[in-house]
Design a protein around this ligand. Structure first.
Ligand SMILES: NC(=O)c1ccc[n+]([C@@H]2O[C@H](COP(=O)([O-])OP(=O)(O)OC[C@H]3O[C@@H](n4cnc5c(N)ncnc54)[C@H](OP(=O)(O)O)[C@@H]3O)[C@@H](O)[C@H]2O)c1
Length: 256
């Protein structure tokens, strides 16, 4: 079964596509000859990526300056997608942020801003996509990028872990609600992968000790999420919904 070929011609929206995992998913979709819609706040980075995606084989690339913390911005992005007359097939809720800080000292504003992106943003994008699919009498696939932090906790990042646990639960609950419409909702739970979000940590003693606790004793690479991504995105995973699957070098089953 060639899952890459099954994505050819499909229209795939990736939020947070201006770096890291989002950039990787956009490149994968382009190599599979999908039509790629890339959204994030840093438009200059999206413009540079758009050129690369065309070279990689995407038959169509749409750049959307999009802030998932803003309902207006999301509505404007969907209005642009609607205006093209071509519906989305796959929506990847990848945009996300983390912040450090012990709970006793974390400003409330930091908690609120993280939740607005990591939880409310996922909800707003998912609902808009599903409303269009349900109205058109067709299905679609939503892939939420959660985290192993959605299953286990770690010191000093309570809002982040809480937000990812919310994404895991939202994935299962929306899968239940939308299965009748043929809309599948699944989540990838990545372990630690070197991206701009985490890069500063890996050179520290804390970071090096953390890598030793991963059973495979190394960080993951963004492309190591691609197999699961294609399974969720295509008909290869046609009976999968509400699945939240870790890809983490064994980190979640590390010894207690
Ligand atoms: N790297 C890891 O180890 C790891 C592990 C588990 C889960 N994850 C999850 O994977 C996803 C991607 O993270 P990453 O590691 O690739 O981090 P990253 O390189 O920092 O990328 C985060 C992306 O999210 C976008 N973003 C942030 N706030 C946004 C907003 N308000 N509106 C729209 N886009 C926004 C950023 O684009 P702009 O700044 O241009 O808007 C950027 O493209 C996140 O959900 C993260 O929680 C990562």
């Amino acid at each position: 079964m060639d899952m890459g070929a099954m994505l050819a011609g499909k229209r795939v929206l990736v939020t947070g596509a201006s770096s890291g995992l989002g950039e990787n998913f956009a490149r994968l979709a382009a190599r599979c000859k999908a039509k790629v819609v890339i959204g994030a706040r840093r438009k200059s980075r999206l413009d540079a990526l758009a050129k690369e995606l065309t070279e990689l084989g995407a038959p169509e690339v749409t750049v959307l300056e999009m802030d998932v913390a803003s309902e207006e911005s999301i509505d404007a992005a969907f209005a642009e997608i609607d205006a093209s007359g071509d519906m989305l097939d796959v929506v990847v809720n990848n945009a996300g942020v983390s912040n450090d800080g012990v709970a006793l000292k974390l400003p409330t504003a930091d908690f609120d801003s993280l939740m607005a992106i990591n939880v409310r943003g996922v909800w707003l994008v998912a609902v808009r996509a599903a409303q269009r699919w349900a109205a058109a009498g067709r299905g679609g696939s939503i892939i939420n990028i959660a985290s192993i932090q959605g299953e286990r906790v770690m010191n000093g990042i309570t809002p982040y872990s809480t937000s990812k646990a919310a994404v895991v639960h939202m994935t299962k609950s929306l899968a239940l609600e939308w299965a009748r419409y043929g809309i599948r909702v699944n989540a990838i739970e990545p372990g630690y992968i070197g991206t701009e979000m985490t890069d500063v940590m890996w050179e520290t003693d804390y970071g090096k000790a953390l890598i030793k606790r991963i059973p495979m004793r190394r960080l993951g690479k963004p492309e190591e999420l691609n197999g699961l991504f294609l399974l969720f995105a295509t008909e290869a995973g046609s009976w999968m919904t509400g699945a939240c699957v870790p890809v983490d070098g064994g980190h979640l089953c590390s010894s207690l």
